[in-house]
Design a protein around this ligand. Structure first.
Ligand code: FES
Length: 374
């Protein structure tokens, strides 16, 4: 076992053997990892989580996060991986590691998870683009297995059909569970027989989906399927998530029910700041994180604190960036901060000065935060 601070958290890595490696499309592949008996507990996971994989690429050590495509009940760790460029680090992972080789793999992580409700009748909608299907595949398999009454809709975007991963698996799931799962494929760079399925998944497309697919509800004449949506899962690149999360929110889904997983560095706010504040420039920030003290200056208080610290490459912890998961929880020790939205802290914690850095704006020229001792 090796320990290392990664993304602001002390992370444990274990040596795992690659049990299986398979090509999926021209630039995607899957890895299945072998979990020895004595590590079974360490590698228990929830649908939607990921592992961080440490490997060598051009003599440098690299750590990348990859989501599980397997569901917890399958009791295996399977990953779906995209090679973004022929000379990038993932291409090295593909070329240099074969079945039987070992990789250093972190214990499962991530908050793109849902509470399981096996006795409820739920409606869950997933939006994914490209390789963003991976954690949603894990969720959907898990829900179909654990929640006999839940119905699922998946809207999956790709540039072209040749880039679509897990097509057979998805079609089989839809066939097997035809009364509970419907999947719709969209292409942005390939003509489709029906114009409806041409183009990106964006706010305009969501309008059409709500009006033409998620409209009449056989189970309830009074409402539409969209009105019945309990949870939305979105996975893909930052801009797509921002657009769809805001569109879902404007169409009535509470933010706490919109879950997303970013598949790239994205330091923009997912939801825009709606309140106005007096402008403060050059905000001085002191903060403590994993026993170390840091000092910096934020250019102003227009952007949320976490986003500005991430742009400056500080290793602050985060996950959802939308006030839901609690990863960026910290205490205000000096100065004033406005917590704009919060789905995580209790009133008591807020009264104790706890905030979520991803949802907070500085209200004084100097602030002091402590990410330790939460
Ligand atoms: S990153 Fe999830 S609450 Fe801030």
């Amino acid at each position: 076992m090796e320990q290392q601070i990664y993304k602001g958290k002390l992370t444990q890595f274990h040596r795992l053997k690659i049990a299986k490696k398979e090509d999926l499309t021209k630039n995607t592949f899957s890895l299945e990892l072998e979990i020895p008996e004595d590590l079974k507990e360490n590698f228990k996971f929830e649908a939607g989580q990921f592992v961080s994989v440490k490997f060598n690429a051009e003599e440098k050590e690299v750590i990348n996060d990859y989501s599980m495509t397997s569901a917890p009940y399958e009791e295996k760790i399977a990953l779906g991986i995209k090679i973004n460029s022929p000379n990038g680090v993932t291409a090295q992972l593909y070329k240099n590691y074969q079945a039987g080789d070992e990789l250093l793999v972190s214990e499962p992580n991530g908050r793109f998870t849902l509470v399981s409700k096996p006795s409820e009748f739920r409606t869950i909608v997933g939006f994914a683009a490209g390789i963003g299907i991976t954690p949603i595949l894990s969720h959907f398999k898990n829900i179909l297995h654990n929640e006999p009454r839940t119905r699922l809709f998946l809207f999956l975007g790709n540039k072209r059909s040749e880039e679509l991963v897990y097509r057979d698996l998805l079609d089989n799931l839809a066939k097997q569970h035809h009364n509970r799962l419907q999947i719709f494929y969209f292409y942005s760079q390939e003509k489709t027989a029906d114009q409806f399925f041409y183009g990106r998944l964006d706010a305009k497309k969501l309008n059409l989906i709500i009006n033409q697919i998620l409209h009449l509800d056989d189970t309830d004449e009074e409402s539409t399927i969209w009105d019945a949506v309990d949870e939305v899962l979105i996975c893909g690149k930052g801009e797509m998530i921002k657009t769809l999360a805001n569109a879902c929110y404007h169409h009535g889904i509470p933010k706490k029910n919109i879950h997303f997983e970013l598949f790239e560095e994205f330091n923009d706010d997912i939801y825009p700041v709606e309140k106005e504040f007096p402008l403060i420039e050059n905000v001085e920030v002191d903060f403590q994180l994993l026993g170390k003290n840091y000092q910096t200056v934020l250019s102003n208080n227009r952007e949320k604190i976490l986003q500005q610290l991430l742009i400056q490459k500080f290793p602050v912890p985060y996950s959802c960036k939308s006030g839901i998961c609690g990863s960026c929880e910290c205490t205000v020790e000096e100065g004033e901060v406005e917590l704009l939205e919060n789905e995580y802290l209790t009133e008591k914690e807020e009264a104790q000065g706890k905030i979520l850095a991803c949802m907070s704006i500085a209200k004084t020229k100097k602030i002091k935060l402590n990410f330790d001792f939460n």
